[in-house]
Write a protein that binds this ligand. Structure first.
Ligand SMILES: Nc1nc2c(c(=O)[nH]1)N[C@@H](CN(C=O)c1ccc(C(=O)N[C@@H](CCC(=O)O)C(=O)O)cc1)CN2
Length: 287
């Protein structure tokens, strides 16, 4: 096991005085330098959230050794915690159906190195995006789905993630509803881009719903996937102004850019361990 250069600690626990002081004291005692730190107390739930980035260069310790050193503090406060090597990029599998704008934006950012993830491949229930994925020299897994083969198809997705030790599944306009079983197995590590400003206009055709309602703003929402369709904890959202002149097709066009930006931002924050679950909500320690 090699020594780590930089670590990211994120945790939540029941709030009480002295948490920050004790965490800081533990790392100070070992000579770690805090590079970045953010914390938040949810006064409603009395839950405390914290994310800290520490320079570990001089300590010459492995992640396991730092884990062991922090464990007593985590245990004392009953923390839900994660301590990771900041140089390890999460492995991501992307799922897409027919629309390729979010996939294109993800692959472009990944190729440019502006998305701190390791995309291991793309799965799709259609072949429409195969050429794009081939161009990026990534594996394209064509997994058609029907009501009858849904359990097998989902088992193939899960098997692919396990075989490749993939951390995260990104639904980049994947228009199939994941089963409760798959949602449970991927809790907190499957991210979907919904093409509306949630909680408005859930379901498969939000732009037509928006047109019929005559809204003046449309948007997109990236959220963790749960069994309750479009109800998962929201990671990021954005909106754009529209008018009575815009047709459903134009709303769809305007929405594509918002979706792509929102999904990239959400995936980056997830990959940088900036997102903590807070019940059915999130705490996002963005830059
Ligand atoms: N368990 C979940 N699965 C998915 C979610 C989610 O929140 N929980 N989000 C969707 C994405 N999505 C909206 O963002 C969405 C996708 C598909 C549908 C839908 O009604 N699909 C129909 C089939 C449509 C088709 O074949 O084109 C269906 O599955 O019966 C609604 C919303 C991704 N999955």
């Amino acid at each position: 096991m090699t020594a780590v250069r930089e670590i990211i600690l994120k945790f939540s626990c029941a709030d009480q005085p002295g948490i920050v002081a004790n965490v800081a004291a533990l790392f100070a005692a070992q000579g770690f330098n805090i590079r970045e730190s953010q914390q938040f107390e949810d006064v409603q739930t009395q839950r405390f959230f914290m994310r800290t980035v520490l320079d570990a260069t001089d300590q010459q310790l492995t992640l396991a050794q730092i884990h062991g050193a922090f464990y007593p503090v985590a245990k004392r406060y009953g923390m839900d915690w994660e301590l990771v090597d900041a140089d390890i990029r999460p492995k991501v599998l992307v799922a897409v159906s027919q629309w390729g704008h979010c996939l294109h934006n993800l692959l472009n950012a990944w190729k440019q190195g502006s998305l701190p993830v390791d995309i291991i491949g793309v799965v799709s229930n259609h072949e429409v995006q195969r050429d794009l994925v081939d161009w990026y020299q990534l594996p394209f897994h064509y997994l058609p789905i029907t009501k009858a083969n849904k359990p097998e198809q989902e088992a193939q997705i899960l098997a692919l993630m396990e075989q490749t030790s993939t951390d995260c599944l990104v639904l980049a306009r994947y228009m199939q509803i994941l089963s409760n079983e798959l949602c449970d197995k991927l809790a907190g590590r499957a991210i979907n881009i919904h093409h509306s400003f949630l909680p408005g206009f859930k379901g498969a055709k939000p732009y037509h719903q928006a047109f019929e309602r005559g809204v003046k703003l449309i948007g997109a929402s990236a959220h963790y996937v749960t069994a309750d369709l479009d109800e998962g904890p929201i990671i990021e959202q954005a909106v754009e102004r529209v008018t009575h002149v815009n047709t459903p097709e134009e709303l769809t066009e305007i929405g594509r850019d918002i979706e792509s930006v929102v999904l990239n931002r959400a995936l980056r924050w997830h990959a940088e361990h900036r997102v903590l679950l807070n019940g059915n909500k999130t705490v996002v320690f963005s830059r």
